[in-house]
Design a protein around this ligand. Structure first.
Ligand SMILES: *Cc1c(COP(=O)(O)O)cnc(C)c1O
Length: 384
């Protein structure tokens, strides 16, 4: 390994160093209270995240995965139901559907945004379709007007998987507020990440909020008298207290991510590796992620598309530049979904994305010098 300054994919220690005292005080507060599950810290975070997401209700849960699961349960999704979703997402999106005996019906993505191609959704609707589950990948929202339109025409529910897109906008409407239910994850590496697992469901419908909150805690109402079969999807007070500290900085961190994305775009274009011009961008070795212009992109990820992706990734690694692949195998081709009998080639765009996307470091604390080094290293790879 050489001794160039490393560029990690994420540096949570650096972020922690800037807020250590506040985090410690929050932990101390919870420890003194000896109240660890739900309670005032969780309720306060629920209000803050709901308001931030233009929603009336927030229900703190144990993870983003459980947010998706309990949201589907609240809608009464049952065996045989079909849920239309993206094949290019984290496993939990489809996993939650299959765990309830329902069937994920995948709609291929748009290669420019890596989100489900909204124009193809309607063709996937059948008599069994109950809901649409769009994923707002990387910090940018799917084309929600088109999706909501299809949902209205066919009387379907919409759950937004906004686990990567807390605070993203679609024509001034926040991620999570447009569908019937929105799901967030506070996994440590997300833009707002805790010190462990937790998540949240948001919505504007009081009946649905009540149902989610009932199912989050075994359907107890009152305690030990069960109105429904739920689960233990409760959020910890320690997570909520820590997240409340970090939430105050979220918009500043997001602004930094956006600056980094803009710098990447400029440097790649200046290096002659990429073009911002939509018409001829395919003629360059690096294809930059498309900004739809629909509203705030929170840049959870900055995913370029390249040929020779795996060779590039290895080359970057030898130069102490770290990258990641989100995701190397699309959901429709996962071994555990063999019984869905999806074929290779059935989702060509998702399969192409799985072969070509590479996420570059974009965490808020990254310096301009580090970003320059990422671009320089890519330049030396492509010009060697
Ligand atoms: C992170 C993530 C999840 C799951 O969240 P966890 O908190 O890790 O359970 C679901 N969907 C997407 C798109 C995600 O990125």
């Amino acid at each position: 390994m050489n001794n160039e300054i490393p560029v990690p994919i994420l540096d949570l220690k650096l972020q922690y160093a800037t807020i250590r005292m506040e985090i410690m005080a929050a932990i101390e507060r919870v420890m003194e209270s000896q109240s660890f599950i739900l309670g005032p810290e969780v309720e306060a975070l629920e209000k803050e995240i709901a308001m931030y997401s233009q929603c009336q209700f927030g229900i703190g849960v144990s993870s983003g995965t459980d947010a998706l699961l309990v949201a589907l349960m609240a809608l009464g999704i049952k065996p045989g139901d079909e849920i239309i979703t993206s094949p290019y997402s984290f496993f939990a999106t489809a996993g939650a559907i299959v765990r309830l005996g329902a069937r994920p019906v995948f709609v291929d993505i748009d290669l420019d945004t890596l989100n489900m191609d909204a124009t193809r959704v309607e063709a996937a609707v059948t008599k069994r379709t109950r809901a649409i589950l769009p994923v707002h990948l990387a910090g940018q929202m799917a084309d929600m007007d088109v999706i909501m339109d299809v949902a209205k025409r066919h009387n379907l529910y919409v759950i937004e998987d906004a686990c990567q897109s807390l605070g993203a906008d679609y024509y001034s409407r926040r991620a999570g507020s447009i569908g019937h239910l929105g799901c967030f994850s506070f996994f440590p590496s997300k833009n707002l990440g805790g010190a462990g697992d937790s998540g949240m469901v948001v919505c504007n419908d009081p009946a649905l909020a009540d149902r989610v909150s009932l199912l989050r805690n075994h359907g107890h109402r009152p305690k030990y008298y069960n109105q429904a079969i739920g689960g233990n999807f409760r959020m910890d007070a320690l997570q909520a207290a820590i997240l409340r500290v970090k939430f105050k900085y979220l918009d500043t961190w997001t602004a930094n991510r956006q600056l980094h994305a803009a710098l990447y775009r400029r440097l790649f274009t200046e290096a002659g590796l990429a073009s911002e011009n939509f018409q001829n961008r395919l003629e360059f070795p690096v294809i930059l992620p498309k900004e739809t212009g629909w509203g705030r992109h929170t840049y959870h990820l900055f995913q370029i598309r390249v040929q020779l992706r795996d060779e590039l990734m290895a080359y970057l690694k030898t130069h102490n530049v770290w990258s990641e692949i989100y995701y190397p195998l699309p959901l429709h081709l996962q071994v555990c979904f063999t019984e869905l009998s999806c074929q290779i080639g059935s989702m060509p765009n998702a399969e192409c994305a799985a072969a070509e996307t590479l996420a570059l470091p974009i965490y808020p604390e990254l310096t301009e010098m580090q970003i320059q080094r990422v671009v320089d290293t890519l330049t030396s790879f492509f010009k060697k």
